[in-house]
Design a protein around this ligand. Structure first.
Ligand code: EPZ
Length: 440
């Protein structure tokens, strides 16, 4: 079924334990990195999500062999052998389905000294440029690294040789940081990335590259040094870190339903930006080595707060929509300041259908607290907005239908099963189709 809905009967407090899956934004970079290996590798704790399926298909279209192993308990392991790669051209139509396909520019430049890529896709909350990626590749000696050279929706680069360089990123960019790291691993000489992104998934990709035989130092800080090497021998097993954004989404789902949930297989420090905000609002967040428990004192009032998104360790933009739902169900007026993306409030009209009281002024959303959401027919404009609507539907009285639910499955493994295991009343339903071709 291509387009389907989630049907959620809300008002049930979520209770119990949930396990977090591997990080989407780490594994997509790592799959591209694996294409540079002179050997094979095994990836464990891979999330079973549609963006991974698409990235695997793209890598196989290049000639790589990827065998998927599913354990009885459902965990996914990939056995990867890129030795069959017979082209530097990632122009398969699937490339335009996801944003992370652009990591193949760096990986194929590193492996083959040349790369062609159909322009990538991704959630639609702004222009999503790749100018920083191209500027860096140009500095490293790649010819064709310029928007002017996009021909028929494909950009083609070649660099003989690829040389290390000092790359200053004007804007902190997750994608550009990872893409430059990939290419720099095989460049001649040293590369320094200044003003690098520091997200947990950057560190995970760097750790994977070092396991491959790369020489990367400083990942997780704003300056990363990469010493180019001629070969990346591979032949190792690597486990993907837990997904920071999935974790935050379940923390918020537990909170907005007035539940008590323990979230396992996580790295609690990755959640500090959200945990500190939720404690400020009045929620109780108990931390263990690899779990968090989220609940509230029934006597405690929940008050709103102000949030501003920023590159890690700032507040993650990928938790912005879900956090606005949390702010809706708190007392007083709250302010969300979306400072990373220029247009990431497209879900707010859907929340307003459910009774939210929000006004948007450019990148600021002023949220006036309400007692309850009411159920409605809504649609998911993108992945994290869809997750936010799931949180709102779980908190609302009555039955909510969320159209375009496939967008949620891009980044949340087995979300229906996981929510059901916490007591939620959620099922997959026929698409309501009420938003198709809606004109302005
Ligand atoms: C990654 O996107 C994530 N996607 C996004 O998560 C996340 O929102 C974003 O990082 C920020 O954390 C993946 O990892 C697959 P950026 P990316 O480059 O790399 C500007 C999700 O929900 N910019 O860090 O595309 C850009 O416009 C997704 O999992 C340029 O100007 O984000 C933005 O304002 C949604 N030129 C800012 O930098 C460039 O060449 C940050 O973008 C590149 C980026």
């Amino acid at each position: 079924m291509d387009s389907y809905s989630y049907k959620i009967k809300g008002g049930i407090p979520l209770k119990g334990d949930v396990n977090i899956s591997g990080s989407k934004n780490a594994v997509l970079g790592i799959l591209a990195a694996a294409m540079m290996i002179d050997g094979t590798c095994t990836l464990e704790n891979v999330p079973d999500i549609s963006d991974v399926h698409v990235m695997v298909k793209i890598c196989e279209s290049l000639g790589a062999k990827i065998e998927t192993e599913i354990a009885p308990e459902g965990s996914v392991t990939l056995h990867i052998d890129p030795s069959g790669i017979n082209t530097p051209k990632a122009t398969n139509p699937d490339v335009s389905k996801i944003r992370a396909s652009y990591y193949l520019l760096g990986a194929l430049l590193g492996r083959c000294g040349e790369a062609s890529l159909r322009m990538p896709g991704g959630c639609d909350f702004g222009q999503r440029p790749i100018d920083l990626h191209l500027k860096a590749f140009k500095q490293m000696g790649a010819k064709g690294a310029d928007y002017r050279n996009i021909n028929g929706g494909v950009i083609s680069l070649h660099a003989n040789p690829l040389r290390g360089a000092k790359i200053f990123l004007d804007i902190v960019s997750v994608g550009a940081t990872i893409n430059v790291m990939l290419a720099a691993c095989k460049a001649q000489g040293n590369t320094t990335i200044v003003n690098a992104a520091k997200e947990p998934h950057i560190v995970d990709v760097a750790n994977f590259l070092n396991a491959m035989g790369a020489r990367i130092r400083g990942a997780g800080t704003d300056t990363i040094n990469i010493a180019g090497v001629p070969h990346l021998p591979g032949n190792f097993t690597y486990s993907i870190i837990p997904d920071q954004i999935e974790t935050g989404t379940y923390m918020i789902a537990a909170a907005v339903t007035g539940g008590d949930v323990t979230i396992h297989n996580i790295i609690p420090t990755h959640m500090d930006p959200l945990s500190s905000k939720m404690r400020e609002m009045g929620y109780i967040i108990e931390e263990g080595d690899d779990y968090l428990r989220v609940y509230k004192d029934p006597e405690e009032e929940i008050w709103g707060t102000n949030v501003k998104t920023a590159p890690y360790p700032g507040f993650p933009t990928d938790l912005q929509p879900q956090t606005v739902v949390l702010l809706c169900l708190s007392k007083g007026q709250s302010k969300m300041d979306e400072d990373v993306w220029e247009n990431r409030y497209q879900y707010i009209p859907e929340l307003i259908r459910m009774g939210a009281n929000i006004n948007i002024f450019d990148h600021i959303a002023l949220v006036n607290g309400i007692d309850k959401f009411t159920s409605a027919d809504v649609k998911a404009p993108d992945l994290r907005a869809g997750a936010a609507l799931v949180c709102a539907a779980l908190a609302a009285d009555g039955v909510t239908y969320i159209d375009e639910a496939r967008r949620i499955d891009r980044g949340y493994e087995k979300i229906v099963d996981k929510l059901r295991s916490l007591g939620a009343d959620i099922e997959i339903a026929e698409s309501r189709g009420i938003f198709e071709d809606t004109e302005a």
